[in-house]
Design a binder for this molecule. Structure first.
Ligand code: BEZ
Length: 389
């Protein structure tokens, strides 16, 4: 049995016999462990997620569901081999109540294993590993982002609708890339196309030249790519510098151009991607979020910031439903599953496997923005293959 860690419970006995001000003061603290990359190719993603999470907490006066939030942080370096040790720093050393993380699918898979073993609530604010809401699904594992399959599939729908017949894919050879390619291939081939070759390189390698030469030689109608963060910046620039941007259209899961456009500049113009967020969603909710984020952090938000913001919203919504009683886990998870969040991306509901059901937009890069030009697949749910809850 996992020990309840809330200061509230530790103080309960004392408070029953005396009004103990020190105890009362710390009574409602909830320990949140942020396990994110703060260094390496995904560092900007980790920072944006933390910013988004903290922004929502500050909008609630520093509390979620009535609890003050105490943050603990670990830089996971997007390094799967260190993931188990890192997550144990938060669970065993810091005794956190809730884990929020991470970006990299391989690291998240290790986190989920420990979360399952210990029963710790894990909210995944990015990593798309299909297994998290597939074979590894659990009542205490939630995701406010996407499964890797989702944006890959939506991009395949768009590529087929555009009439492309022959595609190549290029990505890092780990779950995020290979699963995105699988999703793309499923939809593209259903729509009459054929993926003729999958190219991979190890994460976080950015030596793309030999692979770009192969693409130029094969001359497909379209290239599907999964890269993100610093690697996406380098890939899009290299693709352009190799003279491919005008001759072979580049498409991808929207991470290819999200949070990266200032650095990619002219090389990204016109790239079409699919994602569950875009810069110009013209709703009061998104406008308010973007303005507040820009004022607070002196930079514009991206999809990662939205996912972090929504991780805090999901926790707040569940805790509010149980009147802040974090010990009522079954009721908490039931409430989280029933909630619909007013996300900057639009309405956000959760599948039985705890993965977002959401619209996947068609986006085109114009200037420094990913601009919506349509909806690729409305209310797309991950198939959750292998999930037995
Ligand atoms: C992943 O590893 O799941 C991932 C990383 C960056 C962006 C999207 C997905």
């Amino acid at each position: 049995m996992k020990k309840p860690r809330l200061a509230l419970l530790a103080c309960a006995a004392v408070m029953a016999v005396a009004a103990f001000p020190a105890c009362a003061q710390s009574a409602s603290k909830l320990k949140v462990g942020l396990m994110l990359p703060y260094t390496g190719t995904y560092a900007s993603l980790g920072n944006a997620i933390e910013n988004g999470f903290r922004l929502y907490v500050s909008e609630q006066g520093g509390k979620l569901g009535g609890h003050e939030i105490e943050f603990y942080k670990v830089d996971d370096e997007s390094e799967p081999s260190k993931a188990t040790d890192n997550v144990n720093k938060l669970i065993k050393r810091d005794q956190v109540d809730v884990l929020v993380g991470t970006v990299h699918s391989g690291v998240a898979l290790a986190m989920a294993k420990v979360a399952k073993e210990t029963g710790t609530l894990l909210i995944v604010p990015n990593a798309g590993a299909d297994a998290l809401t597939g074979p590894l699904c659990a009542k205490n594992i939630w995701r406010t982002s996407f499964s890797n399959w989702q944006p890959g599939y939506a991009t395949g729908v768009i590529a087929a609708q555009k009439g492309y017949k022959k595609a190549m894919s290029i990505t890092w050879g780990y779950a995020a890339g290979t699963e995105a390619v699988k999703g793309f291939t499923e939809a593209f081939e259903k729509g009459g196309g054929k993926v003729v070759k999958d190219l991979t390189l190890p994460f976080p390698n950015v030596e793309f030249q030999a692979l770009l030469t192969e693409i130029a030689a094969q001359k497909p109608d379209v290239v599907f790519a999964f890269f993100a963060g610093g690697g996406a910046v380098k890939f899009v620039k290299d693709y352009d510098a190799a003279g491919l941007r005008k001759s072979i259209p580049l498409m991808g899961s929207g991470f290819l151009t999200d949070g990266t456009l200032e650095a990619q500049g002219a090389s990204a113009q016109g790239i079409v991607t699919s994602l569950h967020y875009a810069d110009n969603i013209e709703t009061p909710r998104n406008t308010a979020f973007r303005n507040k984020y820009a004022v607070t952090y002196k930079t514009m938000p991206d999809v990662y910031a939205v996912q972090g913001y929504d991780a805090a919203q999901l926790l707040h919504s569940g805790l509010t439903a149980v009147k802040g009683d974090f010990s009522k886990k079954d009721e908490l998870y039931y409430a989280m599953g029933k909630t619909t969040i007013a996300s900057p991306r639009g309405k956000l509901a959760f599948s039985a496997a705890h993965n977002p059901i959401q619209d996947f937009y068609i986006r085109e890069v114009k200037g420094n923005y990913n601009v919506i030009t349509g909806v690729a697949v409305p209310a797309l749910a991950d198939p959750a293959r292998g999930c037995k809850m």
